[in-house]
Design a protein around this ligand. Sequence first.
Ligand SMILES: [Zn+2]
Length: 83
Amino acid sequence: MKPGPCGADRQHKVTDHATTALLHYQLPQMPDVVVRSFMTWLRSYIKLFQAPCQRCGKFLQDGLPPTWRDFRTLEAFHDTCRQ
Ligand SMILES: [Zn+2]
């Protein structure tokens, strides 16, 4: 990953993951559940700088906080630690 302007880079990452999550939660037969799940997932980003990565245990990796959130457990992972 190339180093970029820190804020913009992070913003982009979060937007990417938000889009992925939105697609993941898109279950046409249960629109209410979808919205609620997505909002819960989105709220977990409020703690972006308070949760260390659940895999490597670090706060920052390449200057980025763990921006990935597990869909079910909402645990924090770095983008590179989530596989
Ligand atoms: Zn990590």
